[in-house]
Write a protein that binds this ligand. Structure first.
Ligand code: BES
Ligand code: ZN
Ligand code: ZN
Length: 489
């Protein structure tokens, strides 16, 4: 979909050109463009301020039918996220107008003081991700995604960055895959179905894929996971995907929470809190989509993705508050709240990963707590880690991709709150305060000293409203971050 294309605007006939414009400085080298921008700025309605837009039809001096100028604000305020959003909005604005391809004039790297590869990556990401619509169950399809987006560059840039856009397309298609799974309604992604969807997608790659069914999970004593699945008519699954390049030394295990619907179980959630609980499998979606993406990016490390997948429902067979189970690790857990179910499936997957793959690094992603959303809002994930360096790498990758993460504490003394009178540990802290922290501390009891990080994505994994380069629904938060991390670990 993306292409680097040098264009002589005076000579070549094109249909739609998007021109990012700065409020205070010239950011293009092309003289024809600068002249046009000057004309656009003569209009009182367009100054180049952020979010402003104006369109010229068949302006004199070039052979373009439609030129849309998009404001980026002051030059020193431009960052990669502005560029992503601008490209996303440009693409969204063209859908439904019978346009199938657009050209975006890429700002000059030296003039906006950002590395050229980063500019192209950001524009490419915004364009591809902004072009995605989830409307599998909608009859009306007025909006048509674009077929091609050209990034207009100098001929040298075309030579220097040939491979870059291929990577951008892979990573974005992974993000889109995760978004689609998260947006899928729970009646179309029961655990067996969701596991099947992942296996089908992985079948097109060279990943090793395996699925454990409920019988195998019982035989292997995944009793903590099974306790969550007990109330549902849909049987649980564990999907495992493996990327094993020749000669790789390090192994990273990624674990993703896959609750296809979280009703809370017998500790039933109140109506308002049931909204969007179809997205409670976002961690698993992100891990699966990342695995599929890295099978194309081929980083030289072993990566194992484990996705415990269950539905959390109340019924006569559901787990009761106060029930005690022996988890896969051997530790017993008193389940004092059936709505704290994510941690129960994660600890079995984590203990299995530790025992089976002996990873050097363990990272879990989970829509784990409402408390994390209270702390950080809907756009920032919480990172909890026993390893400062690992946490910093995650935060750095997230800063690059604008999947923002904030480091949260793991205070040892808070572990007291997880004490149980009757089992080795309780699945909830005694109070409602610090819920994201006690959830992370609960997980920390099952990592056996392996460098581990937990990313609580309850806030940013889903969005009711659309934004720059994302529609309403699943956001795919984490896929771009993890790809960057795995390539640089
Ligand atoms: N899936 C929820 C967390 C969640 C909340 C995700 C809001 C996305 C948006 C999780 O399983 C849950 O219910 N957690 C409880 C834990 C509590 C019972 C200790 C919570 O956060 O209230
Ligand atoms: Zn829950
Ligand atoms: Zn949940």
């Amino acid at each position: 979909m993306l292409q680097l294309t040098p264009v002589d605007l005076k000579k070549e006939k094109i249909e739609t050109l998007i021109v990012p414009v700065c409020e205070d400085k010239v950011i293009h080298t092309d003289k024809t463009l600068s002249d046009l921008i000057r004309k656009a700025k003569q209009l009182k309605e367009f100054t180049g301020a952020s979010k402003e837009e104006v369109t010229f039809y068949s302006p004199s001096g070039i052979k373009t039918e439609r030129v849309t100028f998009m404001g980026l604000g002051k030059r020193d305020k431009i960052d990669l996220e502005n560029l992503r959003s601008m490209a996303g909005k440009a693409v969204k604005g063209c859908m439904g107008k019978g346009i199938s391809e657009i050209f975006i004039a890429v700002p000059d790297a030296a003039k906006i003081k950002i590395d050229e590869a980063d500019i192209l990556t950001a524009l490419g990401e915004g364009a591809v991700l902004g072009n995605h619509l989830y409307r599998k169950y909608k009859e009306e399809k007025k909006l048509k995604p674009l077929k091609r987006v050209h990034l207009v560059v100098e001929p040298e840039a075309e030579k220097n960055h040939g491979k870059l856009l291929q990577r951008v397309e892979s990573v974005c298609s992974g993000t889109i895959q995760a978004r689609e799974w998260v947006s899928t309604p729970s009646n179309k992604k029961k655990p067996e179905q969701f596991a099947g969807l992942i296996k089908t997608a992985a079948g097109k790659t060279n990943l090793r894929a395996s699925i454990m069914n409920d019988k195998q999970l019982k035989e292997k004593k995944f009793d903590s996971l099974l306790a969550v699945a007990a109330g549902s008519e849909s049987k649980p699954r564990m999907v495992i995907l493996e990327h094993r390049p020749l000669g790789a030394k390090k192994t990273v295990a990624l674990i993703g929470k896959g609750v296809t619907f979280d009703s809370g179980g017998l500790n039933l959630k109140p109506s308002g809190s049931l909204d969007y609980m179809k997205s409670d499998m976002s961690g698993a979606a992100v891990v699966a989509a990342t695995m599929i993406t890295i099978s194309r990016l081929k980083p030289k490390i072993n990566v194992v993705g484990l996705m415990p997948i269950v539905e959390n429902m109340p019924s006569g067979s559901a787990t009761r508050p106060g029930d005690i189970v022996r988890s896969y690790s051997g530790k017993t857990v008193e389940i004092n709240n059936t709505d704290a179910e994510g941690r129960l499936i994660l600890i079995d997957a984590m203990a299995y990963a530790v025992k089976t793959y002996k990873p050097h690094v363990l990272i879990d992603l989970a829509t784990l707590t409402g408390a994390c959303v209270v702390a950080l809002g809907e756009r920032i994930a919480g990172v909890f880690s026993s390893d400062d360096e690992l946490a910093e790498s995650i935060i750095q990758s997230g800063a690059k991709t604008h999947e923002r993460c904030w480091k949260m504490p793991l205070p040892d003394d808070y572990k007291e709150m997880l004490k149980s009178d009757f089992a080795d540990i309780s699945n909830i802290g005694g109070t409602r305060w610090g819920g994201a922290i006690t959830a992370a501390l609960f997980l920390s009891e099952f990592v056996e000293g392996i460098p581990w990080a937990h990313i609580d994505i309850a806030g940013p994994s889903y969005s009711k409203k659309e934004s720059g380069y994302c529609g309403p629904g699943g956001t795919g938060f984490g896929v771009r971050l993890l790809c960057d991390l795995l390539e640089n670990l």
